[in-house]
Design a protein around this ligand. Sequence first.
Ligand code: VGL
Ligand code: ZN
Length: 238
Amino acid sequence: MQRRTVLKSAAALGLVSGLGLSMPLFAAAKIKPAANAALIVVDVQNCFVEGGTLPVKGGSEVVPVINQLASHFDNIVVTQDWHTPGHASFASTHGGKKPFETTKLKYGDQVLWPDHCVQGSDDAGLHKDLKLPTAQLIIRKGFHKDMDSYSAFEEADHKTATGLAGYLKARGVKTVFVTGLATDFCVAWTAMDARKAGFEVYVIEDATRAIDLNGSLAAAWKQMAAKGVKRIQSTDIV
Ligand code: VGL
Ligand code: ZN
């Protein structure tokens, strides 16, 4: 290999230093969401923050990040986890089971959760500091008593649609940016199903927080990457 080629490949790997640059050599390109992009704000509800029934560590910290992101988007969709009392995803529904154990339901393995986000309860309400006056759609999910729905697109049988893909497509949306709670459950499943539905998909990492049950966070990032979900930070959005 010629010296020039070696230098070029070293630079491509970011190995050339001492150039006196004040910026990292390969800072990620900034992203300006186009008119056909949508921000999806997943489950930023009282149930998933401190004081709620299924608190995600640091959950409320996503609120100011999401409020700030909102000004960059023409299209915003909000989701709410919206379970019936006695929902199939609640440990209390299954005699002898405890929260965070798993069980088998008709559609496959189901993690059992504490009772959470029951329809119409204060616990299921959106976080009071979430300021999204321009949001156009609130989609509720997990309202079939016998079936969970982490994803905002498809319920846990991977067949029943929530209608979100049809809504976004009818409005000409091509790219979605996913934020909210929790990274390794509803955010990840929403992002992966968005890929499946044909959207370009970004997850804005610092606008999410995770439950991280038995390594679920690392597993979720791996699965998302394999499906072509791009991982960015809120500072990448301009
Ligand atoms: C979620 C567990 C149960 C979520 C919802 O929003 O990530 N996680 N229900
Ligand atoms: Zn739930």
